[in-house]
Design a protein around this ligand. Structure first.
Ligand code: FES
Length: 102
């Protein structure tokens, strides 16, 4: 595994989402109360940037048509069946920095 720095932990609000660009790839970083997740940053529906989305009820919500994803698994919520599952990436948080393995 090769981890690369994505953002500083302080760049992502608790219970929030932020956009990162790692080696030219768009990544959505999701921060829950006590965990950090990294997901493919482009919505499979109409390519909205998921890093501009929000966290609601523990789900990552697309900013454009509110497709919903489990931030841990990338699974799409079946109630928003216009989106499909997205890829997730391993995350490490160390010394206040978020590192992900693409
Ligand atoms: Fe994400 Fe439509 S672009 S739900």
């Amino acid at each position: 595994m090769t981890f690369e720095k994505a953002l500083r932990l302080d760049d992502v609000p608790v219970r929030g989402v932020a956009r990162a660009n790692v080696n030219g790839k768009h990544v959505a970083i999701v921060r829950s109360e006590d965990r950090v997740f990294a997901l493919h940053g482009v919505c499979p529906h109409e390519a909205a940037p998921l890093g501009d989305g929000s966290l609601d009820g523990g789900e990552l919500v697309c900013p454009l048509h509110e497709g919903r994803f489990d931030p841990e698994t990338g699974k799409a919520n079946p109630e928003t069946d216009w989106v499909s599952d997205i890829r997730t990436y391993p995350v490490q948080v160390k010394d206040g920095e978020i590192w992900i393995d693409l």
